[in-house]
Design a protein around this ligand. Sequence first.
Ligand SMILES: [Zn+2]
Length: 307
Amino acid sequence: MTSSVLCFDIGGTSVRAAKVSADGRAGPVSRFDTPARDREAFLTRLAGICDAEPVRPAAVAISLAGVVNPETGRMIVANIPAIHGTDLSGDLATRLGIPVFVANDADCFAVAEAVSGAGQGHDIVFGIILGTGVGGGLVTDGRLVNARGGFAGEWGHGPVTALRGGTPPVEVPHFACGCGLSGCLDTVAGARGIERLHAHLSGEDKSSHAILEDWRAGLPAATRTLDVYLDIIAGPLALTVNITGATIVPAGGGLARDHALVAAIDAAVRPLTLWQFDRPLVVPATSGEEPGLTGAGIIGLQKLSEG
Ligand SMILES: [Zn+2]
C-alpha cells in the first residue's frame, strides 16, 4: 500500500509540516506560527493543512515537546497552553477521520537517529537532546520504547545532580526544575543550564554560545564551568548507558551543534561506563535538520504497517 504520513513538528513558537512518503522520504517543509493559546484555532490550523493535501494522507504524526499521560491519553505540554491537558491525537483524529500519532520530540529524534542517522547498525540507541534543556529517547531494534507515554529515556529529570563537581570539587546547588523537583540535570545540562552554572561559578551572565566560545578559547572561567558541567553530567549519562545497554548515543539540539562539546562529553562519559567502548559513544547526530519530522514520519509509517 502506498501510504503517506503528514507530519508536524510542533514547537512553542512555530510548527513545521511535511509529508513523508511510504519510502520514508520527506517532502518540502512548510512553516507557520503555533496557535499556542487557542485550542480551536490550533486544531483548525492543523486540520486545514491536512485537508489541503491533494491526496489524503493515511495518518498524521506529530512531534512535540511534551509527554502523554499513558492512562488518559492527555498531553502534558507546558509551552503550548492550547493543547496542554487535552487529548490531541483523539481530538484531531475525530476531526480528520484518520489515525493521529503523537510522540515526544526527543523520542522522534532518537528514532530518526536509530533508523537514518548515527544509530544505524545499533540495536539499542539512546538519543539525547542538548537543547534549551535536555531530553532523551530510547530505541531498540528501530522501535521506540514507551512510545505511548514518551517518558522513557528522560535522563534530564530526577534529583540526581551531584552536589559537588569539577577538579578540585566545588559545591553545586540543587536548582529548582520546571518538573517540580530540584536537582534535575535539566537545570544544569542544557543551554540554560550551562548559563546558570556559569553564573553560579563565575558571577558572569553570558549566553551558552559565548561560554562555549570562551571555553574553546581556553578562558579560565569558562574552562572551569565546563570542567564542572562535564563532571556533573557524565555520571548520570554513563549510568543511563549501563541501564539501557545502548551502544551509541547520538546527540542533537542546539548545544550539540558544537562538536567539540559532544567530543568532550564523550571523553568524560566513556571511562565511567561498565563496558569500555574503544570508539566514540556520544556522537553528533547525523539524521539531518528535521529530526522531529523524520522521526514522526518513521513512527507513523511503523504504526500504519502494524495496522
Ligand atoms: Zn526536572
